[in-house]
Design a protein around this ligand. Sequence first.
Ligand SMILES: CC(C)(COP(=O)(O)OP(=O)(O)OC[C@H]1O[C@@H](n2cnc3c(N)ncnc32)[C@H](O)[C@@H]1OP(=O)(O)O)[C@@H](O)C(=O)NCCC(=O)NCCS
Length: 176
Amino acid sequence: MLRAVLDSDREAIGRYCALPEVTRYLPFPALDEEGLTQRMRRLVAATAPSAPEEFLALAVEHDGVLVGDLMLRFTAAHGPGEPPAIAELGWVFAPEHSGRGFATEAARALIDLGFGHYPLHRVMAQLDPRNEASAALCRRLGMRHEAHTREDYPDRDGGWSDTSVFGLLRREWEAL
Ligand SMILES: CC(C)(COP(=O)(O)OP(=O)(O)OC[C@H]1O[C@@H](n2cnc3c(N)ncnc32)[C@H](O)[C@@H]1OP(=O)(O)O)[C@@H](O)C(=O)NCCC(=O)NCCS
């Protein structure tokens, strides 16, 4: 089940977001209490995006247990005053619930929402090319590997990491 993120999800989200192996390729480090407070504030508020830079956050529940969270962040509109047409996908799942297809099923539903409910033209995902689980998920979703850019993302050690870009266009989604 996909639903809005609630304040009461703090403990479940905090548990997996505190794990370095989960946040290794995320834009934030393993979360402490303060980091978790900030992330929860952002997720709980992200219910009704309508403009670039706004995002939708969803909790993923299986049998009443929160197993992960998803994000659909609008990035661009075709022109001024037009609704966003491009969005970036994001996902974080608890390791104890991985390997059962939950991320695939949930992200597929989010893509359907992006094209079916929002008038998106394109959805995309950007990830560290070493994040093989995420790249495999993109492929399962029918996304195409479009680019590998070199040393364009500042990593936490003061260096740079590469980026893989995966994309799916509306007409490709319609043909899935
Ligand atoms: C990326 C991430 C969500 C992928 O999780 P995942 O468990 O591999 O993905 P799924 O839940 O879709 O499970 C897929 C696995 O379940 C298996 N599976 C079982 N039943 C399935 C079903 N009905 N449908 C699809 N897959 C199924 C698949 O074969 C696959 O197994 P494999 O990894 O051995 O090939 C997870 O690794 C994660 O949260 N990583 C940390 C956060 C992160 O890096 N986020 C992305 C930043 S860009």
